[in-house]
Structure formats: C-alpha cells, structure tokens
Design a protein around this ligand. Structure first.
Ligand code: ADP
Ligand code: UDP
Length: 238
C-alpha cells in the first residue's frame, strides 16, 4: 500500500488517498479544537494517543460484529481505513446528562438517562452543528430512512459494547458521537474515530472528567488523562 496525496484536512485529522481506490490513510494530528473550531491548540502526543485509542476500540467493536472502516495501524499516528462516502449527520447517544443536553433542556448534569437518548446533529461548523431529525435528514437527502435506521441500531450496539468495557475499567461512558459512511459495497459502516475527543468519560468513584471537557473547560492534564483512560482499558501507547 502506497500513501498518495492529501484529500482533505479536518480540524484534527487529515485524509490521504492510497494506491488502492477503496482505502484511505487517516493521519491523527496534535491539533485540538473545541466550540466548532473557536478554541484551537496543539497538544503534544494527542495524535498518537487518539490513533492508538481508536484502533483498540474499533477492534473491540469489530470483534462484537459491528462493521467499521478500520483496517489496521500504519504508524503511531496513522491508520489505514476503508474509504467511506460519509453521511454528514453525527449520531449522539447519552447515558448520563451533560453538555448541550443540559444547556438546551435545563437538565441537571449527572442525571441518569433511562433509556439512553439518541440525537442527530448536522455536521456543519458554520451553522454550529445544529440538531436535526430523521425527517430533515431524509428530505434534504443526507441519509435514507433505511440508512438512518441502520445507524441508530449500530449506535446502540456500540453503546452495549462500550458501556460494559468502560464500566469494567472503573469508568462511566457518559455520552459519545459516532459518524457513519457507506462503503464500496453500499453497507453502512462506522467511520471517523472513537477517542476521548468525541465522548465523555467520568471516573466511576470520583466523577473526574477524563475526556475533551478537560480541554473545553481548561482543566489541564488533557493528554495525560486520555492516556490514563487508555491504560485502564489495557492499551499500551507507543
Ligand atoms: P472534522 O471534519 O470534524 O474537522 P476531522 O479533523 O476528524 O474532523 O477530519 C476527519 C474527516 O475525515 C471528517 O470529515 C470525517 O468525516 C472524515 N472521515 C473519517 N473517516 C473517513 C473514511 N473512512 N472515509 C472518508 N472520510 C472519512
Ligand atoms: N461531540 C463531538 N463532536 C461534535 C459534537 C459533539 O465529538 O461536533 C461529542 C461530545 O464530545 C460529547 C457528545 O458528542 O461526547 C455530546 O456532545 P454535546 O451535544 O453535549 O455537545 P458539547 O457539549 O460537546 O458542545
């Protein structure tokens, strides 16, 4: 496999073409952004930590029968993935109230959400990723009804696998965001990444925040804490 030219650069990762038309290289950079790119910083080692964290999680999900784009690690901060036609809608599941749900509905942070909630947000920084629903997604052609149903099912399957994984390691999976795309055979496939950048994780005993809220809220020790999460899960970082 040969890495070719950069296709696009997002806020935290860059996507490169390869000599195989069905495979891309994802490069995880140290760039860290919050509030739709308003707060931007470089955090040393973040790219490597998130790449290896994501590889571990994607392998767990594959082992549980969830189809993901992950093909393998290429280096400390690069992964080989299946090329997907990305669906521009983010799927968010919440087990515990935090973040925008609390701001929007006045719910107290920490409230247990039973059953867990499922929300859709349009991926659009200029519009600040507005909340949307299935009707809007279908009408505007972002996804079909069948694709949305598959995304919802997979998002909750991921919850069953990861809630148990974090719980066994003394942590609570509060909420998380997933992105899906369509692979060469037309199958809905989990893409992008799962790392502490795109989820909330709290320590079960102390409720210490162990995710990107440390960066958003200026709590410090961001990457050291991501590494602590990984180490508790059994990841040894390069
Ligand atoms: P953002 O778009 O939020 O700034 P990133 O910096 O993480 O995000 O950029 C990564 C980009 O790559 C995102 O637009 C994401 O949707 C896209 N992407 C992730 N996985 C794949 C894939 N397998 N195929 C094509 N694009 C992908
Ligand atoms: N999230 C994300 N990218 C986004 C929006 C949200 O990774 O563009 C994640 C976020 O880290 C959290 C979950 O999705 O784990 C729910 O985010 P929320 O809607 O509460 O928004 P926030 O408070 O992060 O603005």
């Amino acid at each position: 496999m040969e890495k070719r030219e950069e296709l696009y650069a997002g806020k935290a990762k860059s996507v490169f073409r390869t000599d195989d038309p069905d495979l891309f290289v994802l490069v995880f950079r140290d760039d860290t952004s919050a509030f739709d790119g308003e707060k931007m910083e470089q955090l040393a080692r973040k790219g490597r930590v998130n790449n290896q964290f994501n590889a571990f999680i994607m392998e767990k999900l594959e082992a549980a029968g969830i189809s993901t784009h992950f093909e393998g690690l290429l280096s400390a901060n690069e992964s080989l993935v299946k090329k997907l036609d990305m669906i521009p809608v983010e799927c968010v599941v919440r087990n515990i109230a935090a973040g925008s749900l609390c701001r929007r509905l006045g719910v107290e942070e920490g409230k247990v959400l039973n059953p867990p909630t499922f929300e859709l947000f349009l991926k659009n920084d200029a519009l600040h990723d507005p909340m949307v629903n299935e009707s809007l997604a279908i009408t505007f052609g972002w996804a079909t009804e069948q694709q949305l149903a598959a995304m919802k099912l997979l998002t909750f399957q991921v919850n069953d696998v990861l809630k148990a994984l974090f719980d066994a390691a003394g942590m609570i999976l509060v909420d998380y965001k997933l992105e899906f795309g369509i692979d060469a055979s037309g199958q809905i496939t989990l893409g992008d990444e799962f790392s502490p950048d795109g989820c909330r994780i709290w320590d079960k005993e102390t409720r210490k925040k162990m995710d990107k809220d440390r960066f958003r809220q200026g709590l410090g020790s961001v990457i050291e804490t991501y590494e602590e999460v990984g180490q508790r899960l059994g990841i040894s970082f390069d």
